[in-house]
Design a protein around this ligand. Structure first.
Ligand code: FMN
Length: 400
């Protein structure tokens, strides 16, 4: 199951470092190429020689050691990785990554990678339960990092409690699970819409909205990561176009309508995150409107087509997911939209709150499913929310 996959295996300086030898062995037995990065502290507990012998790969220990390849090691390692596992993960490496610190090879590689990263924390109970460590773990989870354990049991300090490294089998299983997610949507085609449409008033001005496109782009990235053939239909944003997507740039709601409907049949699911204008100016001025001698200016607006409703009516067995950005009666309005537009799932977010939603990196959403199930999520990054939505989609699509 791990054949052809490269695991970057970070070992940090905890007493459970000796158990990581067994983890490395099991990963190798399952066919993975295992490249170990040890922190300086880890080398006090166990020698690099043990890992290099078991994995048949050089072991990296320093940010500035180029002896192995002459390449910039943290970049080349993160490029090669299908997954990064840190086991044991000390309170220290957790704190560093949670705060963006990159002062050794392991922390720098983690910061430089965009593949899934799993931490298996292991430490004394008081260290683990310390509010600072707890906050750091929650922060990492909100950024989409995965935690395995820790488990309850006897600790190295002689006492019992929480903080023990999870069983090695559970850690290897978590790696396999995360790798398997990479082909969850293989064979499926999914279309995502993103950004805020622009309705022209004249050649210079437009009516726009606050949507940054961050959620849609995060979802498109996650879909690609799960193996889906992904189309991203987007209005102009400040975001880099995700790799491996079929990118369709558009401007207006009418463009969005045309391009989405054109591709609808070829897709198994559509995720509508774009903030599509409800109205457009009845008339677009050919020349720039001059302000001279104008005391008052009115712009007449005409409703745009309701794309989601059109797709909902024609959807058949396709999965249709949309967002409801509401400033009042969040759940009621979202539920009504789910029913009226024949959606399979709606993601509701309250735009009256500051620090989440439009333009921010974080959001706090409630997901309502067709069968009436409602799940409220805590504040988290849009990347973590994208993972949750794609997980839900995987449960909704028919097996191929
Ligand atoms: C004998 C001994 C055992 C330790 N065990 C742990 C441990 O299980 N978990 C942990 O978080 N820190 C443990 N530490 C503390 C870490 O080694 C220390 O915080 C170190 O700076 C971690 O560096 P690293 O995260 O770069 O590997 C231990 C230290 C010693 C001396």
């Amino acid at each position: 199951m791990l054949k052809g996959k490269t695991v970057i295996f970070g070992v940090s300086g905890g007493i459970a470092a000796y158990k990581s030898v067994e983890i490395a062995r099991n990963l190798v037995k399952k066919g993975a190429t295992v490249k170990v990065i040890m922190t300086q502290a880890a080398t006090k507990f166990i020698t690099p020689l043990t890992f290099s012998t078991l994995t048949n790969q050089p072991v990296a220990t320093g940010l500035f050691n180029k002896e192995l390849s002459g390449e910039i090691h943290h970049i080349s390692l993160s490029d090669e990785a299908d997954i990064v596992l840190v086991a044991p993960a000390t309170a220290n490496i957790i704190a560093k990554v949670a705060n963006g610190i990159a002062d050794d090879l392991l922390s720098t590689t983690i910061l430089a990678t965009d593949v899934p990263v799993i931490f298996a924390p292991s430490m004394n109970s008081r260290m683990y339960l310390n509010e600072i460590t707890q906050k750091n773990i929650k922060r990492l989870e909100a950024y989409g990092y995965r935690m395995v354990g820790p488990a309850m049991g006897e600790l190295a300090c002689g006492k019992g409690g929480i903080g023990r490294l999870s069983e090695t089998d559970a850690i290897v299983e978590a790696v396999e699970f995360e790798i398997a997610r990479g082909s969850d949507l293989k064979g499926y085609s999914v279309m995502v819409t993103a950004g805020g449409t622009r309705e022209p008033i004249d050649p210079v001005r437009f009516i726009g909205n606050k949507s940054s496109g961050k959620t849609g782009y995060a979802i498109a990235n996650e879909l690609v990561r799960r193996g889906s053939k992904t189309t991203l239909i987007s209005s102009p944003t400040c975001l880099p176009v995700p790799q491996k997507v079929n990118f369709v740039p558009i401007n207006t709601a009418s463009d969005m309508n045309r391009e989405t409907i054109k591709r609808f049949d070829k897709n198994d699911a559509v995720i509508m995150t774009a903030a599509v204008a409800d109205f457009h100016p009845l008339k677009t001025h050919k020349e720039k409107i001059k302000k001279d001698n104008i005391d008052e200016l009115s712009i007449k607006l005409k409703p745009n087509p309701d794309i989601i409703r059109e797709l909902g009516e024609a959807k058949g067995k396709k999965i249709l997911i949309a967002f409801a950005a509401e400033s009042e009666n969040l759940l009621e309005n979202a539920k009504r939209k789910l029913e009226r537009k024949n959606l399979d799932l709606i993601v509701a977010n309250d735009i009256s709150k500051t620090g989440i939603g439009f333009g921010e990196d974080f959001n706090k959403v409630t997901i309502i499913e067709k069968d009436g199930k409602i799940t409220e999520f805590p504040r988290m990054t849009k990347r973590a929310i994208a993972r949750i939505i794609v997980d839900k989609l995987i449960n909704l699509v028919e097996p191929k």
